[in-house]
Design a protein around this ligand. Structure first.
Ligand SMILES: [Zn+2]
Length: 304
């Protein structure tokens, strides 16, 4: 039983590894000068880092997937051959300068049906004997991992089907939540929902601003000492917006705005220093001579 499991894992890694070589070939077609910067091969999973200055476009990803899957369906032979390093380099095998190679190397080649080499690399890993054994290939992601280094992740064999199920589940849930019938309606529906959201947000913001303006005009509940106006505003209101509106409405006046959580802003004209005023009240604050703000529940006690 253990042996069977190990054998399955081995095949899964072989599929991912040969697919890595095919991916390398495809990337070399797009980025003429790119170099491999690292790679990880696991069971039907691969990660490939390479030097380039940009990410792949969605069309390029699509083309790579299509070409690799075509090589899988076309069932190309994978040949492994031991030879001398010099001989291998003559064959233009991709060797990585940071790796140390002995006199004897292993060349892994993939041939098409016209007996042309479609992939050639120096490699000690085990590979599938024919590209058809990979089953299927799908890119699952790409990202920039460091300066000039991009990473591609992909799956092979049975993991492609798992991936399709995962994506289908997400799609089905989205279709259900958006009350549409098929995925072809998705883009239109999303545009509509996003537009509705933007409109609603804009109308809520304008409603809030109007409310604040009215509130500031009508709820001036007391004047106190050197202050011209004192406002206790509801906690639910956007405090930043309240202050912004107050600044516009009350120029050259001394205004204190606060809410029941103790958030406050004191806007002071030049003749009264906001800083001196708050120090007199003994509240914790930050700001300048003409505007201080803070959050101190002591402010609530001053206006009972
Ligand atoms: Zn390899």
């Amino acid at each position: 039983m253990k042996l069977i499991v190990e054998q399955c894992q081995r095949y899964a890694k072989m599929r991912a590894h040969t697919a890595t070589h095919l991916l390398h070939t495809e990337l070399a077609k797009i980025f003429k000068t790119t170099k491999q910067a690292g790679s990880l091969v696991d069971e039907d999973y691969l990660r490939f880092d390479f030097n380039t200055d940009r990410l792949l476009t969605p069309e390029e990803i699509h083309t790579i997937e299509k070409n690799i899957n075509q090589m899988i369906y076309d069932a190309y032979n994978v040949e492994v051959k031991e030879t001398s390093y010099d001989e291998a380099i003559k064959l233009w095998a991709k060797a990585f300068f940071e790796d140390k190679y002995g006199d004897t190397v292993r060349v892994v080649r993939v041939f098409n049906h016209s007996n042309e080499i479609v992939s050639i690399e120096l490699c000690w890993w085990t590979h599938v004997v024919n590209t058809k054994d990979i089953g299927c290939f799908a890119i699952t992601g790409q990202e920039a991992v460091a300066s000039g280094i991009k990473r591609i992740t992909a799956v092979t064999g049975p993991k492609v089907a798992l991936r399709i199920h995962e994506v289908q589940d997400i799609l089905d849930t989205t279709i259900q939540k958006l009350w549409i019938k098929t995925h072809t309606q998705l883009a239109d529906k999303l545009d509509k929902v996003l537009k509705e959201y933007d409109d609603m947000k804009a109308s809520l913001e304008s409603l809030e601003t109007n409310m604040i303006k009215q509130l500031l005009e009508w709820t001036d509940f007391s004047s106190w000492k050197d202050l011209d106006k004192v406002f206790l505003v509801p906690v639910e209101l956007n405090f930043k917006n309240v202050v912004f509106q107050a600044k516009w409405i009350f120029k050259k006046q001394n205004i204190l705005i606060f809410n029941k959580e103790g958030s406050f802003v004191l806007l002071a004209d030049k003749w009264i220093s906001a800083k001196a005023f708050s120090e007199k009240l003994g509240i914790t604050w930050w700001g300048t001579e003409t505007m201080i703000q803070g959050r101190d529940e002591k402010i609530l006690g001053l206006f009972k």
